[in-house]
Write a protein that binds this ligand. Structure first.
Ligand SMILES: [Zn+2]
Length: 111
């Protein structure tokens, strides 16, 4: 007597695989998003903004603008090492310059 019935693979296995991959990507994305909520990140962000309170990009353009964002100059894309270990830069993200948003948009359009 066979111990288990034969496995019938239903059509659409590829779809399930695809869904699984998207689920994993989603989970990975959520994982690094959670890093921004850790006290470790909050402390790092505050230390960065305290050390460099002015927006680095504005400063290069001769503008004095208060920074509100501790930015990763190299996009970390969920990479643990890049997220936690690369030096940060301070950027503004309020009108009129919005340096943080504009650099991120450039990176996204570049791919
Ligand atoms: Zn700026």
């Amino acid at each position: 007597m066979p111990s288990r019935p034969p496995v019938h693979r239903p059509p659409g296995q590829g779809d399930r695989k695809q869904q699984r991959r998207e689920y994993d990507q989603q989970r990975d994305k959520q994982e690094w998003r959670g890093w921004y909520k850790t006290s470790r990140w909050q402390a790092r962000r505050e230390a960065q903004l305290a050390a460099e309170p002015l927006c680095a990009i504005c400063l290069k353009q001769g503008r004095i603008t208060a920074a509100t964002v501790a930015d990763h100059p190299i996009p970390h894309r969920g990479d643990y090492d890049l997220f936690w270990n690369q030096p940060l830069q301070s950027l503004c993200d309020q009108p009129p310059w919005r340096c943080h948003s504009s650099t991120k948009q450039r990176e996204e359009s570049r791919g």
